[in-house]
Design a protein around this ligand. Structure first.
Ligand code: OOG
Ligand code: MG
Length: 264
């Protein structure tokens, strides 16, 4: 195994076992090309275990997220079917290292995208939009990482929940949203926080995915990126986002089935 594959295996094992690992490049010296190669290799391991590729997630598309995590560049990650959490369903807390949640908007594509599209053309490929929540879970201790490290770790992807689908015909560039935990509002924002318009995130996703040789496909999901800062989640909670005109999406955090794990 070469060095990139070794790191991919380390991160993939950490995710599969819900264990944190030490940072491998805290100064951010690894090139972004190598960081994405590690990400691709770690996803290839998941695909090898039978997971299916279902889309892309964007990261750091809002100022709130950039400020919270101290990084400035838009990043992307790969989504598989195993990451999807049924709306209203439950996640098992023990399968995560130190999960957080953030409100997003999801696109479902009706057509392939080449990566050359402008916003109007990209919109024509959208079958539906939905209010969504992303569960992020860095595999690094203390949720701390450099840019290449978070890219290598699949942009902290670990779960996503989508609410009811809606036609993208209506305006969705400035929809108010509230994320609540156990009925208490914890983050309030707007879809405008996502690059000024979530469609810009889709255009960027199409370009980046195509450049990586994996253009966006009909049927895939694109998570546009957190509109607000992320919040920690704990066993026993119910997390929900309500988006103006689009309704809600939520999930429960089930208490660990087994006793608290050692070494975390
Ligand atoms: C990295 C992932 C960022 C977003 O929506 O901005 C992200 C992280 O914050 O751990 O998913
Ligand atoms: Mg996110």
């Amino acid at each position: 195994m070469n060095r990139l594959q070794e790191i991919a295996a380390l991160l993939d094992d950490a995710a599969a076992q819900a264990r944190s690992v030490a940072q491998f490049d805290p100064q951010g010296e690894v090139t972004l090309l190598d960081a994405y190669a590690i990400q691709a290799a770690s996803i290839a391991r998941r695909i090898g275990r039978g997971e299916r590729r279902v889309g892309v997630k964007m990261g750091f598309t809002s100022r709130a997220k950039m400020v919270q995590m101290g990084l400035q560049d838009v990043i992307w990650g790969r989504l598989t079917d195993a990451m999807q959490v049924e709306e209203g369903g439950a996640i098992d807390f023990s399968r995560y290292v130190h999960p957080r949640v953030e409100p997003e908007l999801a696109f479902v594509l009706g057509k392939d995208l080449t990566g050359q599209e402008n916003a109007v053309e990209a919109l024509a490929a959208v079958e539906a939009i939905s209010p969504a929540l992303e569960i992020i879970d860095s595999r690094y201790s203390d949720f701390k990482f450099s840019l290449p490290e978070v890219i290598a770790d699949n942009a902290s992807s670990s779960g996503f929940v989508m609410g009811q689908w809606h036609s993208p015909a209506g305006e969705f560039d400035n929809l108010g949203l509230v994320m609540s935990i156990d009925g208490r509002a914890v983050q309030v924002g707007s879809t405008a926080a996502i690059l000024g318009h979530p469609l810009r995130s889709l255009v960027a996703a199409a370009r980046l995915a195509a450049a990586a040789g994996e253009p966006l496909r009909a049927g895939w999901v694109v998570m546009a990126g957190g509109a607000t800062q992320a919040e920690w989640i704990r066993p026993g909670q119910y997390v929900e986002v309500e988006m103006q005109g689009l309704g809600r999406a939520g999930f429960h955090v089930a208490a660990p089935a087994a006793a608290a794990k050692e070494g975390r």
